[in-house]
Write a protein that binds this ligand. Structure first.
Ligand code: NAI
Ligand code: MG
Length: 356
């Protein structure tokens, strides 16, 4: 079979990590007899530089006619002074919206080899960490009304958080279905003691839960959830939450699993073309130094093989190879600890490809 992948490498470390992910895909193709074709698309700062638009029409068209999209990361200080509509992040938000990508699936797993890189005490992580964040991706405050105006005491700015019943229902259903494939528990995180949008969220999640009597549902306020992630991370199975809370909590979840450079994600939606991307950003502080950990992007490719192409054995081969390099003691700087072997971005990619 031939699979067409649109590749939006983006900015900062994006191109470096995507290059390694593609070499791992090539190794999979060679071993299992598949052909992957890649079409580069400009998104984010790179697109602003080449075409004056963070998501040129041409890029969107290529993504729409591909079988899946692989994204590195977008953004960086170079474009920070641009107005909102022209910023790199706007390109990514528009791409997610245009592809109908409403469910961002972010597994956060602590590999036993990385226990040293986890800042939590051994007694807290003894039962392991295996959380799946299901983050709403097309609504909420990132897409709400916003603006600046002159107020009574000077400049004011506002961002609106709005969720419809329809939006909550479909993301809740994704979470409950995910829980069925895992340990049958959903923790829905909101701020229903204060926010009206969270009260709707809670009501709709309850309604969907009634269709899944085999799944345990627990509600948690976001402030408590951020504490529980540190205090009792093993208590979470599927963590269902809004766009902004999911953005923040998954960065927190990444730290307790060692590094943000380890966590992949899949953005699933209505149009059939899904996007796979590491959860981290473009890391301008380490771009060009070969310090970036490519594992999050490589594991995102494993998610692509499994969810978009139905290639489970191939996905597993990547995941096993990642475990293999960690067992061998190979570490990029973000997960380095005493007695381990320091490798750079390219070496890490090559070693993973070799183990497949
Ligand atoms: P970031 O995720 O890029 O970096 C946060 C910290 O984690 C930095 O110290 C960075 O060096 C480190 N880090 C990130 N990925 C790493 C990797 N693969 N290996 C090793 N270390 C890694 O977040 P930050 O600094 O807040 O944002 C930088 C830029 O990225 C901004 O322009 C931001 O808007 C953009 N961004 C883009 C995202 C996307 O494209 N999906 C998501 C988050 C931020
Ligand atoms: Mg984030």
């Amino acid at each position: 079979m031939e699979y067409k992948i649109a590749v939006a490498a983006g900015d900062g470390i994006g191109p470096e990590i995507v290059e390694q992910a593609i070499s791992v895909l090539e190794r999979i193709g060679e071993k299992f007899g598949h052909k992957f074709t890649y079409e580069n698309v400009a998104v984010g700062g790179a697109a602003i530089d080449c075409c004056g638009d963070p998501l040129p029409e041409e890029s969107l068209e290529v993504c729409k006619r591909s079988d899946a999209v692989l994204l590195g990361a977008v953004g960086g200080p170079k474009w920070d002074s641009l107005e909102n509509a022209k910023r790199p992040e706007k390109g990514l938000l528009r791409l997610r919206q245009s592809l109908g990508l409403y469910a961002n699936i972010r597994p956060a797993v602590l590999y036993k080899e990385l226990a040293d890189a986890c800042p939590l005490k051994e007694s807290i992580i003894k039962d392991g960490i295996d959380i799946c964040v299901v983050r709403e991706l097309m609504g909420g405050i990132y897409f709400g009304e916003r603006g600046q105006r002159q107020g009574k005491y000077g400049a004011e700015a506002f961002d609106e958080e709005c969720y419809s019943e329809y939006e909550v229902e479909r993301i809740a259903r994704s979470a409950f279905e995910m829980a069925r494939k895992r340990r049958n528990k959903v923790t829905s995180v909101d701020k229903a003691n204060v926010l009206e949008s969270s009260r709707l969220w809670r009501r709709v999640v309850e309604k969907v839960a009634a269709e899944f009597p085999d799944i345990e549902l627990e509600h948690m306020y976001v402030d408590n959830a951020s504490m529980q992630l540190i205090k009792n991370p093993s208590g979470f199975d599927v963590l269902l939450t809004t766009n902004m809370f999911g953005d923040i909590l998954s960065d927190e979840a990444s730290m307790i699993t060692g590094s943000i450079g380890m966590l992949p994600s899949a953005s699933l939606g209505t149009e059939g073309v899904h996007m796979y991307e590491p959860i981290h950003g473009s890391a301008p502080d380490i771009a060009g130094t070969r310090k970036a950990n490519p594992i999050a992007t490589i594991l995102s490719c494993a998610m692509m093989l499994r969810s978009s192409f139905n290639l489970s054995d191939e996905a597993q081969a990547i995941e096993k190879a990642v475990e293999g390099v960690l067992e061998k003691g190979l570490r990029t700087p973000d997960i380095m600890s005493q007695g381990m072997t320091l490798v750079d971005t390219v070496q890490m990619g090559e070693e993973i490809a070799k183990l497949i």
